[in-house]
Design a protein around this ligand. Structure first.
Ligand code: NAP
Length: 290
């Protein structure tokens, strides 16, 4: 628990509900390690109160805040300066109150890519398959193409959503970068077999339905990576199957830690201890699922 004084600078997270958020322990541990007189506080904000909360948190002198469900989309229309990631994903998860206005950023996708870089997984020039076409697929895919992924295949149960995401990537990020495929197509099997990086952004395999996987994996390419952005359980069925086929596997803890680290970097102007944040998060997840 941080010491709170009249000098303490505040950041936080808004959500509805917010009680499940893992961000307070992770961010407060990072702020303490950085030696800053700052504290990170959760705020339960009902959807209809969002504009009032934004004005109130600014008036109360917060440096900024993170936003989680259900506020990410609505915030985009309320900030003065949305970043490129915020505009492309249609979401804001990080707000920064600055003298020039309210900046709205989306650090989920950049956090995903930063976590890969920290683990030594190259993105530039690589063939990627993203399973799923929901909100997190959009964030992850935009950042992967911006980071130079050579070819990105989006495979989703509902074909229209995969088509829509590929249209966004091809028209607004890089022409010819993305192709949609059905989750049950035979072409997907050969595409998975040749992929350098496979990312599961579907909720299939998440607690409590942990025996499910979104696809059956073929034999994988040498040096392949698989990231499942699910973090509960710590090892999904898909990760187990990929590990058996020789892939390097990661779960969603790193993405969660690095999106938080990028928010903290924006607010403080300093380099946050991202690896410490990752280990605090892993410990907290293990504690809560024990
Ligand atoms: P979302 O927008 O609701 O998208 C869900 C995706 O899962 C869609 O592509 C959906 O396909 C697919 N899906 C759901 N049930 C399926 C099934 N039975 N078979 C095949 N596909 C299915 O959700 P989201 O916000 O992107 O979150 C998705 C997952 O990412 C969740 O597990 C969440 O916990 C995790 N996540 C992790 C982080 C992190 O930092 N690690 C951040 C955000 C989210 P359809 O389009 O066909 O419905």
């Amino acid at each position: 628990m941080p010491d709170i004084w009249g000098t303490t600078r505040l950041v936080g997270v808004i959500g509805w509900p917010v009680r499940h958020s893992f961000s307070p322990p992770m961010q407060n541990a990072a702020l303490a390690a950085m030696g800053l007189d700052w504290a990170y506080v959760p705020f339960a904000v009902a959807p209809d109160d969002l504009p009032a909360a934004l004005a109130g948190l600014r008036a109360a002198g917060l440096v900024g805040f993170n936003a989680t469900i259900p506020h990410k989309q609505a915030l985009l229309g309320l900030v003065d300066h949305p970043t490129a990631e915020a505009q492309l994903t249609g979401t804001v998860n990080t707000v920064h109150f600055t003298p020039d206005g309210i900046v709205g950023d989306s650090t989920d996708g950049p956090g995903f890519v930063a976590a890969l870089a920290a683990d030594g997984c190259q993105v530039a020039g690589r063939r990627v398959v993203v399973l799923g076409a929901g909100g997190s697929a959009r964030a992850v895919s935009v950042s992967l193409v911006r980071a130079g992924a050579e070819r990105l295949v989006v495979a989703n149960r509902t074909a229209a959503r995969a088509d829509e995401l590929c249209e966004l990537l091809n028209e607004r990020v890089r022409a010819g970068s993305a192709e949609a495929m059905a989750l049950d197509s035979s072409r997907l099997e050969t595409t998975l077999a040749a992929a350098d990086l496979i990312v599961n952004t579907t909720s299939v395999g998440m607690y409590p339905e942990m025996d499910a996987a979104p696809v059956t994996l073929p034999a994988l390419a040498a040096g392949a990576w698989l990231v499942d952005i699910i973090y509960n359980p710590a090892e999904t069925q898909l990760m187990r199957a990929a590990a058996e086929r020789g892939a390097s596997c990661r779960n969603g803890v790193s993405m969660l830690a690095y999106q938080g680290a990028l928010a903290l970097a924006r607010w403080t102007g300093q380099e946050p201890p991202a690896e410490l944040m990752r280990s605090v998060l892993s410990a907290e997840l293990a504690r809560r699922s024990a």
